[in-house]
Ligand binder design. Structure first.
Ligand SMILES: Cc1cc2nc3c(=O)[nH]c(=O)nc-3n(C[C@H](O)[C@H](O)[C@H](O)COP(=O)(O)OP(=O)(O)OC[C@H]3O[C@@H](n4cnc5c(N)ncnc54)[C@H](O)[C@@H]3O)c2cc1C
Length: 501
């Protein structure tokens, strides 16, 4: 709006329910009580056209005269991702993956799903198209844990990832295409953007939840006339005048998420603690153009996983992992324990991961897509485990002594809707950014339809917002196209060769 629509920042207000801005890209803490993040992000420059387009214009907070894009690229030149040990087997051996492990049947089925039209795939699941043996291949172990897919997820979305990330076939075992931020994404991406927005005069209201929208409907036209919200718990209303626009977050993958502690598992939360979902449901009722939230928020058992952040006060664990994986610090990727009932993965990012992190303190992040399963070493579902029990489970997989993680602080985080955008969907379940008939209202989120692009990415959220803004404000500029890597014969050939290794 500011950059391409010439809108003065002071004319823009952001209403945010929580106490900090940045949504899923949170991060905070200290060495005494422990650091925590809901998620750690892998980015890439082969695509992410809109996201880097944005960050080329946002100044760095730490490197004067440089943009966030420039400082991030310089960092990645110094510390390129090159994972040596992506998988760990039941013998605690780092598996050196050289083959995707496909049979001819796997190749044929993969080709079939990648070439199918989305209307044919409809609301089918990935495992409707691929045989059980495919889900035992090294390719599936790595691909599913990199992108957070499960066999039960949408075949349409899986197909889109195959096309969007086809260049990663040839380097899938090293994650060499991954770009990382200097610190966690809250410090490296959210704070610089927030500082820039503040400087532009944008009103940033935190602890401010939007609970309802007044609107008028005349024939097919839909127009928002007022926003109802609670500011620090106090009800308030702001009028939407002629010429104003409203952009609404319809659902969030981190809605209803909750943190635990070293002694307690995270409390269980549901839809009732998510105003965002409820607001979308209310608006979509009886309006086909506004999508179908029920396709995404009806089955927590299918959409949840649990992440955890560990703060360590000695080098033992990081040294052990460097020796074990062969990866110098900060250059490895996700390490997945293939035989873990929880399918646990951890990633040791470059340190410090937080700007205020003292020397001698290290922080790493991990996640498990099956928190409802009993652990291999702790006889409980992960969702019922404290941080201390999660560390014991991880130590069991790594066969390490308790001293290696002595004084560690592990903060678990349950996210009931984290893969809800991957649940099988039909055309129309995700609304267009500006639904037909809307005069001043748009949707922005991972639950909005953008052809070809893939939803579990920062890129998707930026692309949706850019599309919504251009359309509502009538900005006559091109949105960067989704780069068609899958149209390149060289890339296709490399992927084909890799699939026969
Ligand atoms: C664990 C995890 C790992 C991830 N890994 C990667 C990765 O490796 N690579 C990658 O590219 N992407 C990754 N992502 C995805 C990426 O982080 C998200 O796509 C992106 O951050 C979503 O941004 P968003 O602004 O659309 O929504 P969100 O981050 O969901 O933010 C929405 C915000 O809107 C607020 N809100 C909602 N409703 C209301 C209301 N009614 N009133 C006021 N406020 C409201 C919420 O409080 C929230 O702060 C990951 C995400 C998670 C959670």
């Amino acid at each position: 709006m500011i950059r391409d629509g010439n809108l003065p920042g002071k004319n823009i207000t952001i209403f945010e329910e929580t106490s900090i801005l940045g949504g899923s890209m949170d991060g905070g803490g200290n060495p005494e009580t422990g650091y925590s993040l809901r998620g750690g992000r892998m980015l890439t420059t082969d695509n992410y056209e809109c996201m880097w387009g944005l960050y080329k214009t946002i100044p760095s907070l730490h490197n004067a005269g440089k943009s966030v894009f420039e400082e991030t690229m310089e960092f990645n030149e110094k510390f390129p991702s090159h994972s040596i040990a992506r998988l760990v087997d039941s013998q605690r051996a780092a598996v050196h993956v050289t083959s995707m492990g496909f049979t001819m049947q796997d190749r044929i089925e993969l080709l079939r799903i990648s070439q199918a039209h989305e209307s044919t795939l409809a609301d089918s699941r990935i495992d409707d198209w691929l045989s059980p043996c495919f889900f035992k291949t090294p390719f599936w172990h790595i691909w599913s844990n990199t992108f957070a897919f499960q066999a039960r997820h949408s075949a349409i979305e899986f197909r889109r990832y195959l096309h969007r990330f086809i260049m990663d076939f040839a380097r899938f075992q090293t994650l060499a295409g991954v770009k990382r931020t200097i610190f966690n994404q809250y410090d490296s991406l959210v704070l610089p953007l927030q500082a820039w927005l503040k400087e532009q005069g944008v009103h940033l209201l935190t602890n401010c939840v939007v609970i309802d929208l007044d609107h008028t409907t005349q024939s097919e036209d839909f127009r928002v006339t007022a926003i109802h919200y609670k500011n620090q718990g106090k009800a308030a209303k702001t009028l939407v005048n002629d010429g104003d626009h409203v952009f609404m977050q319809n659902g969030s993958t981190s809605a209803a998420s909750a943190f635990g502690s070293m002694t307690n598992a995270p409390p269980k939360q549901t839809m009732d603690s998510s105003v965002g979902w409820m607001l979308w449901e209310k608006l979509a009722a009886g309006r086909k153009n506004f999508g179908n939230p029920g396709a995404f928020n009806s089955c927590i058992a299918q959409s949840s996983w649990e992440s955890f952040t560990v703060t360590l006060k000695n080098h033992g664990f990081f040294d052990m992992m460097s020796t074990f994986t062969g990866n110098p610090r900060g250059k490895g990727g996700l390490v997945t324990f293939m035989d873990s009932n929880w399918m646990m993965s951890i990633v040791l990012a470059h340190q410090p991961h937080f700007p205020n992190q003292p020397d001698g303190v290290q922080v790493f992040w991990g996640y498990s897509p099956f928190p409802d399963r009993v652990g291999n070493f702790i006889p409980k579902p992960m969702s019922e485990c404290s941080g201390e029990e999660i560390i014991r489970e991880l130590s069991g997989h790594l066969r390490i002594d308790p001293e290696t993680t002595e004084s560690a602080i592990c903060i678990p985080c349950m996210m009931p809707y984290v893969t809800s955008m991957f649940l099988p969907r039909l055309p129309g379940d995700r609304p267009a950014p500006v639904p037909a008939g809307s005069k001043n209202f748009a949707f922005i989120s991972q639950f909005v339809e953008i052809p070809e692009d893939v939803a579990f990415t920062v890129e998707y959220s930026v692309r949706v917002a850019q599309t919504a803004v251009y359309e509502l404000l009538g900005i006559d500029l091109d949105i960067p196209p989704v780069i068609p890597d899958d149209k390149s014969n060289v890339t296709k050939l490399e992927a084909l060769i890799q699939s026969f290794k």
